[in-house]
Write a protein that binds this ligand. Structure first.
Ligand code: SAH
Ligand code: AVI
Length: 332
């Protein structure tokens, strides 16, 4: 894959609209016919969903983005010196807002924002290409659960996965993903992972159930996605947002709760879905981590944690790791 400069990003599509549609249909059919019902969080991110997530990052209760930004601001120079990367790849890049801190410190030759949400990715990649005229920007539309082996392999790479998006994967998905990351990293490539840490349930619930109702809008938006993409007739006003701390699993979970007994039709799937009054459908988990335990998990997947940093309050952490099998960290 090569890219044209002139302040324009090149776009590579690994996940076609047809491929995405087929996956959406399969996952939604499975999720809505299971007991309990469940949807995968990656369907949140249509254009409106990405805008709503962006708004979430600015609400006072959602400390995650600010905490991660403060870590990057303080340690990006160190990360750049330790990795010496010439290519920065960002998985689940969204608007690549915090990434600018890494771009400024690293000054890589190539930046590869990677996301499943095509329109948001295209817009933010073009914005970055204009802002950084000397940077080659190659945006990749793909799914990080399927397409890691297809990432460009130019130069020494830093693979960043920020925002604690890893927490949105179920433990089995997470283990598979970490194995894929380890298999993808070549000699001297590094993995930079941002994670939210376990803390008081009251702060966590406030972060996922803000009084302004932005998270509620974000959550319920997934029903609008299904209405549009699958010719559904969800009455969004007949559902409400629920955020709950699952103490046993140590994750926040979001649900939509049916406010009445109702049947929803998804015409494209020729599927009628019955909801009881009060029935919960899970739309997201957001796991919270203990650093030592997470480092062991990375180790088991073949990733050796070299360093981690937290913000001053100890709310959030950024870890830097190398693959252990056949790979070596850069000599310093
Ligand atoms: N990294 C940014 C955005 C986080 S929002 C930040 O830290 O603020 C999560 C992002 O991951 C969204 O842009 C969403 O489209 C993307 N995403 C979710 N699941 C994905 C998947 N399976 N493959 C690729 N991108 C995914
Ligand atoms: C993208 N992801 C890490 C966010 C999170 O905190 O789990 C999505 C989100 N859900 C509710 N608020 C934000």
């Amino acid at each position: 894959m090569s890219a044209t400069r002139n302040q324009t990003a090149e776009i590579a599509v690994l996940l076609s609209a047809e491929g995405r549609d087929a996956e959406l249909r399969e996952e939604v059919r499975l999720g809505l016919t299971s007991t309990p019902k469940e949807l995968q969080p990656k369907w949140f991110y249509d254009v409106r969903g990405s805008e709503l997530f962006d708004a979430i990052t600015r609400i006072p209760e959602y400390y995650l983005t600010r905490a991660e930004r403060s870590i990057l601001e303080r340690h990006a120079g160190e990360i750049a010196a330790m990795t010496d990367a010439t290519t920065l790849i960002e998985l689940g890049s969204g608007t690549s807002d915090k990434t600018r801190i890494l771009l400024d410190a690293l000054a890589p030759r190539l930046f590869v924002p990677f996301d499943v949400s095509e329109e948001t990715l295209r817009a933010s990649a073009q914005r970055l290409a204009r802002e950084y005229p000397d940077l080659e920007v190659l945006a990749v539309v793909g799914d990080f659960e399927h397409h890691l082996p297809l990432l460009p392999a130019n130069g020494r790479r830093l693979l960043a996965f920020l925002g604690s998006t890893i927490g949105n994967l179920q433990p089995t998905q997470r283990a598979r993903f970490l194995n894929d990351v380890a298999a993808t990293l070549g000699d001297g490539d590094a993995f930079l992972l941002g994670v939210d840490l376990v803390k008081s349930p009251s702060r966590l619930v406030a972060a996922y159930d803000d009084p302004a109702g932005v998270t509620s809008e974000f959550n319920l938006n997934v029903l609008r996605v299904l209405n549009r993409e699958l010719s559904g007739d969800f009455d969004v006003s007949a559902f409400e947002h629920v955020a709950h701390w699952n103490a046993e699993a140590e994750w926040m979970e979001m649900f939509v709760r049916s406010l009445r007994e109702q049947t929803v039709r998804l015409e494209s799937l020729e599927l009628d879905v019955a909801f009881d009054a009060g029935e919960l459908m899970r739309t997201e988990i957001s796991a919270k981590f203990h650093l030592r335990r997470l480092a062991n998990e990375l180790e088991a997947a073949g990733l050796a944690v070299e360093r981690w940093w937290t913000d001053e309050a100890g709310d959030f952490a950024v870890l830097l790791a190398w693959a252990t099998q056949g790979n070596t960290a850069p000599q310093r």
